[in-house]
Design a protein around this ligand. Structure first.
Ligand code: IMP
Length: 429
């Protein structure tokens, strides 16, 4: 069936992508991250122990999968090395299984400083970034002044590029805090030292992926964040700074835009968001706290509580369209167990038309219109067969399909690997 599969979040991130990767992992040969950086967070349970990765693909835990960090990822070497060390402790040496593109751009300490200083000084316009330097690193990439992995191995070029960068960043940092300015020689030494450690991992991602394709192997493109955080298509300016939707794959990994055979979208049975930005179906009352508590809705990267609300099918169907979704995996349906009534937003009332709202993502002044469904008391938790679900849960799933125009092919019913219903398996077994 599919040799090339994309797996991405259809909401504002944290849809439970790691669990789905885990379920598919035995049938995958290679996994690629193509955008974002260590702002992502996937929590994995390996032999009963909890491990959180931010930068490495979730697939790294599976010894049969070769992992790639493509050119579209922004890499903090501190974060990468610390995750390689963690991985060593839990799953052993990953040197043979991890390839980092020599064209990927690096996150330097000045990116992190300016990200945090800028957020701190904003009043009323905070984005709520993760403070990991992601935005500034992407600004440099577009500004054609990034330090890329390959530059680490040419000390002369590296020095010139760092000098140019500090010319800008020390000026910016000084405006906020004189004491945090960076020293060129210290930074150069650090980069050169890190280059040595990185060397065995550096490779040519494009040609390696080409080989996988020619050999008919299965490659998974692992999206980070979620489609609504895409800096072009999402809720701008409350977005991340990469293309976190399907379109990010081609330039971020180095494959053709027509090469994806199957686009799998992950959505929670409700909605969450971390950081600032509009959220039409947000619940600030009792049910919001219920979802947050029952769903364990705390950010894996920053520990911030996630905002919770009902499923928004207006946004979900938009994400389904924009990302050519072939099938949805609906996660955390068990969190809805026990509710009297369950709502799904099917439309907005607003002075603007739906088309105008979606074009500009002008979600601030919309009033969600809900379809109300009867809840269920019989638990879905742990169910593995679709036919074992209660009638109300099935009606809920069918409503999601009707409102979103895509089939729900998988349903996650709990945190364990086996807590999943597979209606249509997207890979060849
Ligand atoms: P940045 O990516 O750190 O620049 O943050 C920009 C926005 O994206 C903020 O609202 C973050 O909370 C959000 N964000 C970044 N990464 C993730 C993620 O992995 N899950 C959910 N939200 C994220």
């Amino acid at each position: 069936m599919s040799n090339s599969i994309s797996l991405l979040g259809l909401q504002w991130g944290d849809e439970g992508k790691g669990k789905v990767v885990d379920v598919l992992s035995k049938d995958i040969d290679a996994a690629v991250r193509y955008q974002g950086g260590h702002n992502a967070g996937h929590t994995l349970i390996v032999d009963g122990k909890k491990i959180v990765f931010h930068l490495l693909p979730s697939s790294i835990c599976h010894k049969n999968i070769k992992c790639f960090l493509g050119r579209g990822v922004v890499i903090s070497l501190d974060a990468l090395f610390s995750e390689i060390d963690d991985a060593f402790e839990f799953i052993g040496d990953i040197k043979e299984r991890l390839v980092v593109s020599n064209a990927a751009c690096l996150i330097q300490s000045y990116h992190i400083k300016i990200d945090q200083l800028r957020e701190r000084s904003r009043s009323g316009t905070k984005i709520g970034t993760t403070g990991r330097g992601i935005g500034p690193a992407y600004e440099d990439r577009v500004g054609r002044r990034s330090i890329r992995v390959a530059d680490l191995f040419d000390p002369k070029v590296l020095k010139i590029k760092l000098e140019e960068a500090l010319d800008i960043y020390n000026f910016l940092i000084k405006r906020h805090d004189e004491t945090q300015q960076e020293d060129l020689n210290e930074l150069l030494d650090l980069n050169l030292k890190q280059a040595e450690r990185l060397k065995p991992f550096v490779g040519n991602v494009i040609s390696e992926l080409k080989k996988y394709k020619e050999e008919g192997k299965v490659v998974l493109f692992e999206g980070a964040q979620g489609a609504l955080l895409d800096y072009s298509l999402g809720t701008y300016p409350f977005v991340t700074s990469s293309n976190s939707s399907l379109g990010g794959i081609a330039p971020g990994a180095g494959v053709s835009a027509t090469s994806i055979d199957y686009s799998l979208g992950i959505s929670k049975a409700y909605t969450t968001r971390v950081g600032e930005g509009p959220f039409p179906t947000e619940l600030n009352e009792e049910i919001g706290s219920y979802l947050a508590e029952k769903g364990g809705e705390v950010g894996a990267s920053t520990g911030r509580p996630r905002r919770c609300g009902w499923l928004d099918a207006v946004l979900l169907s938009h994400s389904v369209y924009l990302n050519g979704i072939d099938g949805i995996c609906l996660t955390k349906i068990d969190v809805l167990d026990g509710l009297e009534t369950i709502k799904i937003c099917s439309d907005y009332s607003s002075a603007l038309t739906r088309e105008e709202i979606l074009e500009s993502m002008a979600l601030n002044d919309v009033e969600p219109q809900y379809v109300e469904l009867e809840g269920w008391q019989e638990p879905t938790a742990g169910i593995q067969n679709f036919n074992d679900l209660n009638d109300q849960a099935i009606l809920f799933i069918e409503k999601v399909e009707e409102l979103c125009g895509a089939k729900v092919v998988m349903i996650s019913t709990g945190p364990r690997r086996e807590d999943i219903i597979i209606r249509e398996y997207p890979l060849k077994r």
